[in-house]
Design a protein around this ligand. Structure first.
Ligand SMILES: [Zn+2]
Length: 213
């Protein structure tokens, strides 16, 4: 049984999303709905958190398709153009014996985005279905999802470094393909989705349950 500590909401206060200052609801009714310290707008919970997260997840899932179908990279060398999709690049790296890089690219560009979308979808649905089990584990899952997301950008960095390096030599040209733009969109949108989700909602559900008993 999880012991429920009091929340700001249950003690008639709101914490600022930006600076963390705890503001009493009396102050808000008497003065303004803005944080007295940093002037950010105060919300007890992120507004429309579940719907916004869900909408962003759907958008990310849509972009995930072109990110994997279209080439992320086009290399033109001696008049010959070769294009590579993410998976094509992974296979080529593995065949070339570059196992470490192949694994890094596969984990960062294929597994991490899928994991993020599925994990956040699970969190949104579990809150919506008012699940009261594994509260702490779900909070840990949320924090892990937020932490792991930034590492997907490693791929975009690799493409930009590669383009810069090849441009220096001027024998070959490398350009980012449409897949790279779609992939960047997936990474950025899932980051926003993770930010839109309010993890406190996980705990609110069990509080409602507690009040009823
Ligand atoms: Zn503040």
């Amino acid at each position: 049984m999880t012991v429920l500590a009091p929340t700001a909401q249950s003690m008639n206060a709101m914490s600022c999303h930006i600076c963390g200052l705890l503001v009493s609801t009396d102050y808000i009714t008497a003065h303004s709905a803005h944080c007295p310290r940093c002037d950010a707008r105060l919300h007890s919970r992120k507004p429309n958190s579940l719907n916004r997260t869900l909408a962003l997840l759907i958008a990310a899932a849509i972009f995930y398709v072109p990110a994997n179908i279209y080439p992320v990279l086009t290399l033109v060398s001696f008049g010959k153009a070769t294009t590579n999709t993410i998976m094509g690049g992974v296979i080529e790296l593995a065949q070339g014996g570059q196992w470490t890089i192949a694994v890094i690219v596969f984990v960062a560009s294929v597994l991490v985005p899928i994991f993020k979308i599925v994990a956040l979808l699970f969190l949104v649905l579990s809150v919506r279905m008012k699940k009261t089990r594994a509260l702490r584990q779900r909070s840990v899952l949320y924090r892990f999802t937020e932490f792991v997301g930034r590492w997907s950008m490693i791929d975009i960095f690799m493409i930009s470094i590669l383009i810069a390096l090849v441009k220096l030599q001027s024998i070959a040209t490398v350009t980012a393909g449409p897949g790279a733009i779609a992939f960047a969109a997936v990474v950025i949108i899932t980051m926003f989705a993770a930010m839109a989700f309010d993890p406190r909602l996980i705990w609110d559900v069990s509080r409602e349950e507690d009040d009823r008993n």
